[in-house]
Design a protein around this ligand. Sequence first.
Ligand code: PEP
Ligand code: MN
Length: 263
Amino acid sequence: VASREVKKDSTQIRALNLKVGAGSIGIMAGPCSVESKEQILACAHAVKAAGATSLRGGAYKPRTSPYAFQGMKEEGLKLLALAREQTGLAIVTEIMSTEEVPLVASYADVLQIGARNMQNYRLLEAVGKANKPVLLKRGPSATMEEFLLAAEYILNEGNPNVMLCERGIRTFEAHTRFTLPLASVPYLHHKTHLPVVVDPSHGTGHTYLVPDMAVASIAAGADGLILEVHPDPERALSDGYQSLNFKQFDETMSRCRTVATAL
Ligand code: PEP
Ligand code: MN
């Protein structure tokens, strides 16, 4: 269903002012985790001013360690809805389990399936039945074929609004948190009509590498970016070491606009 052979025209996905694909580049930005009212509202206003059309923020967090901050859960979803009310930004947030789908879908505009759940087939079917666009992240060791077949699980349940997100894969290389293969962008455009988004934050794992890889993603033809932005990255409760501060995000957006205009 996702194949270019089945549908030649690129699919565009819309949620409020967010438009991704078929000539539109959508920018989703915000903290790894929703941490407080002050933090999420500050992020929402800052990323909007810099040109984002969507606010990201996790309320249910898939943390490697069970001892790490697990997210604010429904309280976090309420804060995201408040941020949308104040800014008009579309909310993208992760769903970790099938039982959470109705609750998260009642607050979010885009449902994020995290890398760790790319092959959670019951969860893919559940978001396939939901009435909201889905951002499907590539599993850290999934092949392109597995990634595309995961998207089929969602599409086959009747939800046509799936964005594919390259967020880096696990390799032997340890200088970055994951290895970010940007050839995925033209490859996926060749294979599928679905929009392709890149996550340079998780893809590199280091703040200083994020701006250049964001710009490179746009140059490679990405239909969108998802970027971690925090008011005070050093004090973030998750993924601060790969988050941009407001100034860095604003500068990155200017550079991305320059490249997008030149394409
Ligand atoms: C995230 O977006 O914060 C996240 C957990 O990403 P991933 O699922 O790609 O690791
Ligand atoms: Mn994160």
